[in-house]
Ligand binder design. Structure first.
Ligand SMILES: Cc1cc2nc3c(=O)[nH]c(=O)nc-3n(C[C@H](O)[C@H](O)[C@H](O)COP(=O)(O)OP(=O)(O)OC[C@H]3O[C@@H](n4cnc5c(N)ncnc54)[C@H](O)[C@@H]3O)c2cc1C
Length: 320
């Protein structure tokens, strides 16, 4: 452990909970030890140590994935590895394992370039890309993974490798799409595209019956410059306020009820402050309990947004 430059956390240590926390709140790693890697050498040291002690290894950058929780074992946290180096001449960028898209976009834009990022700038660029990466310009430029030129990775034998299609074609092929299954990636070299502006954002609709059909019809003859996707999201009726977890957060300090507009309650309230009904189930819309609630008539949550790109909304869209 002495050779590590980054911090090490064990359950009960100050900082342990912060280090394992991420965007997704449904699953939480509970490792025996967390290594806060600062560079590739730290990652390598952590993998070697895990192997020597028979510990399974998990990786977390921003926690936007929905991983199987690593209970026991060693978690490598890459959030300190945030280096980005853009080479404008070759239109490429070297991005470290913990960097978020927002940073890559900012650095690339200085050179009139852009990465093939996705819908949320707070997502980790490396894991997104390793999983394929279907982004905002996917129809025009393809998957993010197709732009990978080289992968720096620590494999299970503790060796730090620079992998390209020429040097290790099988491992290169496996890594691109295999995400965390073939080693801990410490950096990627990716291609950038010559895009300086993008018009886009999210439109939110009540799930009225013909929204999906209309969207499908609309996409039939769109030019390739337009990439569009649809998601059905059961928003809780909550304010998204935690800056620590990126634009959206599952931290919900209060719940606002549409049928009781003045109420603001703790996330697990015993009583609605406005109408004073005692049931903790009252007004919890968007949950199984909501279906059982007779007093809460508005079934569609109105999320408060933050962090999305500015967008113009059309009929039915509500966040402005
Ligand atoms: C709000 C939101 C918007 C999204 N938008 C898009 C989108 O537009 N397009 C799209 O394609 N996907 C999208 N995704 C999915 C996202 O790309 C994946 O969940 C991605 O894995 C998140 O990576 P992360 O580093 O942020 O998350 P993490 O939870 O930190 O990592 C997820 C998993 O990736 C693996 N991993 C992480 N770092 C490494 C590493 N250095 N080496 C090896 N394996 C590693 C681990 O198995 C880890 O469990 C979105 C997800 C969210 C939550």
């Amino acid at each position: 452990m002495d050779i590590l430059k980054g911090p090490v956390f064990r359950p009960g240590d100050e900082g342990y909970d912060d280090e394992r926390a991420g965007f997704q709140a449904l699953a939480r790693h509970r490792p025996d030890v967390i290594v806060g890697a600062t560079d590739a050498a730290d990652v390598r040291a952590a993998v070697v140590m895990a192997a020597a002690n028979g510990l399974p290894v998990a990786v977390q950058a921003t926690g936007h994935g929905m991983p199987m929780a690593a209970d026991g074992g060693l978690l490598i946290s890459t959030r300190r590895m945030t280096g980005v180096r853009v080479d404008a001449e070759t239109a490429t960028a070297r991005i470290e394992a913990g960097v978020r898209w927002a940073r890559v976009i900012e650095e690339a834009a200085r050179h009139g370039l852009a990465p093939l990022s996705g819908s949320a700038p707070s997502v980790g660029a490396v894991s997104y890309t390793l999983g394929g990466g279907l982004g905002l310009m996917a129809r025009r430029y393809g998957y993010a993974v197709d732009q990978v030129r080289a992968v720096e990775v620590v494999t299970a034998d503790g060796v730090l490798r620079e992998v390209t299609a020429a040097t290790e074609p099988d491992l290169f092929w496996a890594l691109l799409g295999g995400r965390g299954n073939f080693g801990v990636v410490t950096a990627l070299e990716i291609g950038l595209v010559p895009v300086t502006s993008l018009y886009g954002g999210g439109l939110f609709f009540d799930l009225a019956t013909d929204v999906v059909k209309r969207w499908a019809e609309w996409t039939l003859d769109l030019p390739e410059e337009m990439t569009s996707s649809i998601a059905v999201i059961p928003f809780p009726d909550a304010r998204w306020t935690s800056p620590a977890s990126g634009p959206w957060s599952t931290a919900t300090p209060s719940i606002r009820s549409a049928s009781c507009p003045g109420s603001r309650r703790a996330a697990t309230p015993a009583r609605c402050a406005r109408c004073t009904r005692a049931s903790a189930r009252h007004c919890r819309r968007g949950t199984p309990e909501a279906a059982a609630s007779t007093s809460c008539t508005a079934r569609t949550p109105r999320p408060t947004r933050s962090g999305w790109p500015t967008t113009r909304t059309t009929t039915g869209g509500w966040p402005r």
